[in-house]
Write a protein that binds this ligand. Structure first.
Ligand SMILES: [Mn+2]
Length: 322
């Protein structure tokens, strides 16, 4: 199982692990809570990866609890969405992840959680190599895409990342095709993305903390992580974007380089919001996400966060300085 709205790293990890388990003779189902992200969907379609696999987006496919559950690229039960209970029920729990503050691993019989790994796919490639399983061609291409995506095309790569890429190419992965699939999908910026950006700006509340740290809080109907990235590009140091997802609110958080230098991380802010508004949050230093069980008005939530967050950030600055 992957995290909700699975990105290419989560998809590549899940498909490669499923491939390995099938070769080992196990019957497998891929669970993708709420389905793959739009980009992932495109990649799955273009590589024709769904053939012969059982995949579920919203509910468990079998009545009995599984003998084993493998959670990939997911840090906490909230990210597993409708499948968190299924994970809970599994006799053997396995966690493969690279997020800060992973809580799923506490119950796992096997946990491969390395927060220094730039992608979960890289960890998975090492697992397959250790098992002597070589996924062929399109699966290997998918692996390359997973790594390219999470490393932002090698900006966050480490030495072992290139070893994993080389392994995938040896397995028949097509690097050129992988780059091509990511590029064509990225370049198509639709009308809805542009509308989301401009709407988010019109609803923005700007605060200031620690002298020169600019805190931007806004709300939007969709594209929240893209909006958060835009706010950082425009000069915000801390970007917090709230969106409604069914009965809960989802908060996308991003911080700038200068915020990081002051010890203000996205995962700290995610934890703070989760605590204050009843939810679960986690992520990386620069990017994080919180799911809140907040049924109230989204505008009120945005205002409340905008009011309290600069004070919290000031306390982080003070504690790091002292
Ligand atoms: Mn990842």
């Amino acid at each position: 199982m992957t995290h909700r709205n699975a990105d290419p790293d989560a998809i590549a990890s899940a498909y490669l692990i499923t491939h390995a388990l099938s070769i080992l003779g196990l019957k497998t189902i891929i669970y993708i809570p709420e389905g793959p992200s739009r980009l992932s969907k495109r990649i799955i379609d273009r590589l024709e990866l769904d053939k012969g696999l059982i995949i579920s987006y919203d509910k468990p496919s079998y009545a009995t609890s599984p003998d084993m559950a493998v959670a990939v690229d997911s840090a906490n039960p909230a990210q597993l969405g409708p499948f968190s209970e299924l994970f809970e029920e599994a006799t053997y729990k396995v966690v493969i992840d690279h997020h800060e503050g992973n809580t799923l691993k506490d119950k796992a019989v096997v946990s491969l959680v390395y927060k220094d790994a730039p992608s979960t796919t890289e960890i998975v490639v090492n697992v397959l190599e250790a098992l002597g399983i070589n996924p062929m061609n399109r699966m290997a291409t998918l692996g390359i895409i997973g790594i390219l995506y999470d490393t932002k095309r090698f900006i966050n790569a480490r030495e072992s990342t290139f070893k994993a890429i080389l392994r995938l190419i040896e397995w028949g992965g097509d690097y050129r095709e992988a780059i091509g699939l990511l590029t064509t999908s990225n370049e198509k910026e639709g009308l809805s993305e542009r509308i989301a950006r401009l709407k988010a700006l019109s609803r923005l509340v700007l605060g200031r903390s620690c002298n020169d740290i600019l805190v931007a809080v806004t709300r939007i109907g969709s594209h929240e992580s893209m909006v958060a990235r835009t706010l950082i590009d425009l000069g915000a140091d801390v970007a917090v974007v709230v969106t409604s997802r069914g009965l809960e609110k989802r908060v996308s958080i991003r911080v700038s380089k200068s915020a990081l230098e002051k010890g203000i991380t996205a995962s700290l802010i995610a934890e703070y919001l989760a605590k204050k508004y009843n939810g679960e949050g986690g992520g990386h230093d620069a990017v994080a996400m919180t799911h809140l069980k907040y049924s109230g008005d989204i505008e009120d939530l945005k205002e409340s966060i905008a009011k309290s967050l600069p004070g919290k950030i000031a306390r982080i600055c003070l504690s790091k300085r002292g």
